[in-house]
Ligand binder design. Structure first.
Ligand code: IMP
Ligand code: MG
Length: 369
């Protein structure tokens, strides 16, 4: 995900896919033109990357030039009145191939046709890398199209949003839903996730989803899911992935307008992490960061035994069960540290100290995202 000015864009077409599309266009066009020496004309600024890659791949001699759209001098560009400039070469009798980065409404193309009407070219061929069929409302023939794409704003590979994004080798698509801050709050049992989640949820206006709380609620009310979950939790084991994933997904969907979520106790393994990516992807979003509270084992055991005296949680009163929970946690979740580190989303936070001290540390990380 990237941010340009005020908007967020998500990866849409990779550099490799673009390269393949350009290569295909080169293959077809060079075959169709045979021994004809074409003049390729790029429409600036957007087409500079496409034209560059295209002519580098073009297997036969050719000429290359550029023209540009410019607003009429002295005219306020409220009603995009524009003209093409830069056509200085005599193109009489030549085969001209217009190389466009993108054809959207077709207004630019209309302008191209208007200007070439008087140029006496042998043939005017239109080739565009990207084409938005839903937006196009002209009748001009498009001879070659690299890729048809939906009518959504894209950036990268020459295309910009208000000056930014032209330099990106991949193409990104505008995110249509609101940006969310999604935190995975991580840490072994007793690390203080629940306590800190309450502060974070207030400060950043996020929805706190604690897997443990949701399961305990279900158990207390003896729902089918709760009864099933109880049998695992009493032994200090984790609840099966699919049960947890379905429950989490329902919880996310119930909070459609949320600014974001704090996931506490989820994901617990790579299968769940991948499921979470899919759940958030469907909402045009992603995990913003994994924030991990780091506390050593002995402190955890003492904290949990202390909590067990008052909470009445069976899994907090037996030291062997506690130690097993911590062991299970590290066995199954160490890999998540790698999973999120690989995406540069892992942030370790020292979980020893007063509640306020730890909150300050967490805020610092989140404010830096
Ligand atoms: P048309 O004249 O409406 O066909 O649009 C063509 C021009 O609009 C392109 O040359 C781009 O400059 C711009 N444009 C259209 N769609 C996009 C987009 O999705 N991203 C960035 N620029 C676009
Ligand atoms: Mg253009």
């Amino acid at each position: 995900m990237i941010k340009l000015h005020d908007l967020y864009f998500k990866p849409f077409i990779s550099e490799q896919e673009i390269d393949q599309a350009v290569q295909q266009m080169v293959d077809v066009i060079s075959k169709d033109l045979g021994d004809e020496m074409p003049v390729f004309i790029g429409i600036l600024n957007g087409s500079f990357m496409f034209v560059s890659d295209f002519v580098k791949k073009y297997p036969k001699p050719c000429e290359v030039t550029f023209i540009k759209l410019a607003s009429y001098e002295g005219v306020k560009s409220t009603d995009d009145i524009q003209r093409l400039i830069g056509l200085t070469q005599d193109l009489t009798g030549r085969t001209v191939v217009i190389l466009e980065d993108i054809i959207d409404s077709g207004k630019t193309l209309e302008e191209v046709h208007r200007i070439f009407k008087n140029e006496n070219v042998k043939e005017l061929i239109i080739a565009t890398l990207f084409y938005k069929p839903e937006a196009y409302d002209k009748d001009f023939k498009l001879h070659y199209v690299g890729m048809e794409i939906p009518d959504k704003f894209i950036v990268g590979y020459g295309l910009d949003y208000d000056g930014l994004g032209r330099d990106l080798p991949d193409v990104y698509q505008l995110k249509t839903t609101q940006h969310m801050t999604n935190l995975v709050l991580f840490g072994p049992p007793g690390a203080g996730k629940g306590t800190q989640a309450n502060f974070l949820k207030e400060k950043y206006d996020l929805v706190h989803i604690s897997t443990g709380d949701v399961f305990r609620y279900n158990i207390k009310n003896e729902t089918a899911l709760g009864t099933l979950a109880k049998s695992y939790m009493d032994k200090g084991h984790l609840v099966p992935d699919q049960v947890t994933i379905d429950m989490l997904e329902a919880e996310v969907n119930r909070n459609a307008g949320a600014n974001g979520f704090i996931f506490d106790g989820f994901p617990r393994n790579e299968v769940q992490a991948e499921a979470l990516d899919r759940i958030l992807e469907a909402k045009d979003s992603e995990v913003s960061a994994m924030v991990a509270l780091e506390v050593e084992d002995e402190t955890l055991v003492n904290r949990l035994l202390e909590r067990g005296k008052t909470s009445g949680r069976k899994d907090d009163s037996d030291e062997a069960i506690i130690r097993n929970r911590i062991k299970v946690y590290y066995n199954e979740t160490a890999i998540l540290k790698d999973y999120y580190s690989a995406q540069k989303k892992y942030h370790g936070v020292d979980g020893i100290g007063s509640i306020e001290e730890i909150t300050v540390r967490l805020n610092k990380v989140i404010d830096s995202l």
